[in-house]
Design a protein around this ligand. Structure first.
Ligand SMILES: Nc1ncnc2c1ncn2[C@@H]1O[C@H](COP(=O)(O)OP(=O)(O)OP(=O)(O)O)[C@@H](O)[C@H]1O
Ligand SMILES: [Mg+2]
Length: 220
């Protein structure tokens, strides 16, 4: 599904990624672990087209992501890649349901269909009676589940998550891990997850260990 070859990223003479290659298959949860500054977020952002590599190639299915620019890239990203971050980045003035709908509206999907899927996702994630709540009326765990529903709204090929449990207590973190595993098992959802969480990494299908801008090991 996702293949990256020989990615480098340089900031003037700082070599943040030094030739990283990664493949991710459909229905896999791949975690990326490693010490602070190793280049994990940089790699994830590049894999998700939020940032561009200095050199190297990324293919998602049969599309060479390096050839996409401007609106074509933004449109592709919105439809094919979902994101979850440490801080949920929900829009405070919109309800949970509206927050989940927004990427669907941007994709141009029929509004009634987007609302129906958003409600289905929120129900599936245990938020049936929280749909009209604004983010500040939700707990941290609930906010993060809304962010997961939002990432899923356009049925993305792959979800990129950067420290998705970094801001949660251990109970909520565990619930979110269970949710990722359910989404993989039920819907063959594919994930790449950067995490410091010592419980999540072993639950994943593969763990990539990063150090100093390279992948130094893989634990299966
Ligand atoms: N825009 C930038 N300009 C210059 N250097 C940068 C930039 N972004 C990241 N870096 C550097 O690249 C290195 C890797 O950063 P990155 O954010 O990928 O690390 P990380 O592995 O995600 O760390 P953490 O676990 O702390 O989140 C760091 O040394 C950082 O200072
Ligand atoms: Mg990081």
């Amino acid at each position: 599904m996702l293949t990256a070859r020989n990615l480098t990223k340089n900031y003037s003479n700082l070599h943040v990624l030094k030739g990283v290659s990664v493949t991710v298959s459909k229905g896999e949860i791949v975690t990326i672990v490693g010490s602070s500054g190793a280049g994990k977020s940089t790699l994830l952002h590049i894999l998700g087209t939020l940032d561009t590599p200095s050199s190297g190639e990324i293919w998602l299915n049969d599309i060479n992501l390096g050839l996409l620019t401007g609106n074509t890239l933004a449109d592709f990203r919105n439809k094919h890649i979902g994101f979850i971050f440490q801080f949920h980045h929900l829009l405070p003035e919109f309800s949970a349901l509206e927050n989940v709908c927004i990427p669907g509206f941007i994709a141009g999907t029929r509004k009634s269909q987007v609302r129906e899927r958003a409600a289905f996702l929120l129900e599936t994630l245990g938020l049936a009676n929280r749909m009209e709540h604004k983010p500040n009326q939700l707990s941290g765990g609930e906010q993060q589940r809304v962010a997961v529903a939002r990432a899923l709204i356009n049925q993305p090929d792959i979800i990129m998550a950067d420290e998705p449990t970094g801001n949660l207590d251990s109970k909520n973190a565990r619930e979110l891990h269970q949710l990722f595993i359910e989404l993989r098992d039920k819907f063959q959802q594919t994930f790449v997850i950067v995490t410091h969480n010592e419980e999540l990494a072993p639950l994943s299908d593969r763990q990539l260990v990063m150090k100093d801008g390279g992948i130094v090991g893989e634990l299966v």
